[in-house]
Write a protein that binds this ligand. Structure first.
Ligand SMILES: *Cc1c(COP(=O)(O)O)cnc(C)c1O
Length: 225
């Protein structure tokens, strides 16, 4: 269980680190922090919320639903960051996430759009790109990403594309991680109207910001006790 003091200390430490690198990139750039609560209890989320954090993300539809229900008294912005199974699409639509980070194929976009249409709803989404070319990771291939982005924008009108998302390369080598981030940033710059470049987790968010991220997703470093 996260104490009040520890929650404040963790959040402050992350904000300080974000600020330090953010100012090296631009005075005007805003970097949003999404607290990833997937391994934590609602009580822990409450502690971080009370320290000032307002955006949280979950990677399973069922967990998102449970946390939303338990924490409904708080004005939390809920993000969805996990792989979405087609049979869970309707459940996710019901939960109204502010942003869905993990639109990872045209196929999923088609299904999601169809279900959104039939309910007269829209969803803000990011196109997930597998910029590290790792088989274990979801996402579209970098070479197809801009085309897929445009296809979704043109054909799937109930999906509001806001930008792109990537998970940094799982490597000890800094160059590999940087390479995956710069590739995502290059694609982001080519996507018409893209505003959000979601990349960076506990282990690599500083590198991500230095290479173009404006939204980071931090779990373990925020919730460490
Ligand atoms: C778990 C997860 C995170 C947070 O990871 P940490 O290393 O704990 O900060 C970020 N993004 C995605 C997609 C995740 O699944």
């Amino acid at each position: 269980m996260l104490t009040k003091e520890k929650a404040i200390e963790n959040l402050d430490e992350i904000i300080k680190k974000v600020e330090f690198v953010r100012l090296q990139v631009s005075q005007h750039k805003i970097v949003q922090i999404v607290g990833v609560s997937k391994y934590n209890t609602s009580d822990d989320v409450t502690s971080i919320y009370k320290a000032g954090q307002r955006a949280f993300g979950e990677n399973k539809v069922q967990d998102l639903k449970q946390k939303q229900e338990k924490l409904q008294e708080y004005p939390i912005s809920w993000h969805f960051i996990g792989t979405l199974q087609k049979n869970k699409i309707n459940n996710l639509i019901d939960l109204n996430p502010v942003l869905m980070h993990s639109l990872d194929s045209l196929d999923l976009a088609e299904e999601l759009d169809k279900k959104l249409k039939s309910r007269s709803k829209t969803m803000n989404c990011l196109l997930q790109i597998n910029s590290s070319y790792e088989e274990s990771k979801s996402g579209v291939e970098p070479k197809d990403a801009v085309d897929i982005y445009e296809t979704i924008q043109k054909n799937y009108l109930n999906i509001i594309l806001k930008g792109v998302m990537s998970i940094g390369a799982n490597s000890e080598k800094k160059e590999d991680i940087i390479k995956s981030f710069t590739l995502t940033k290059e694609i982001f710059d080519k996507c018409d109207g893209a505003e959000i470049c979601s990349m960076g987790m506990s282990g690599d968010f500083e590198l991500a910001i230095l290479n173009g991220s404006n939204m980071i997703r931090v779990g373990s470093s925020l919730f460490k006790s």
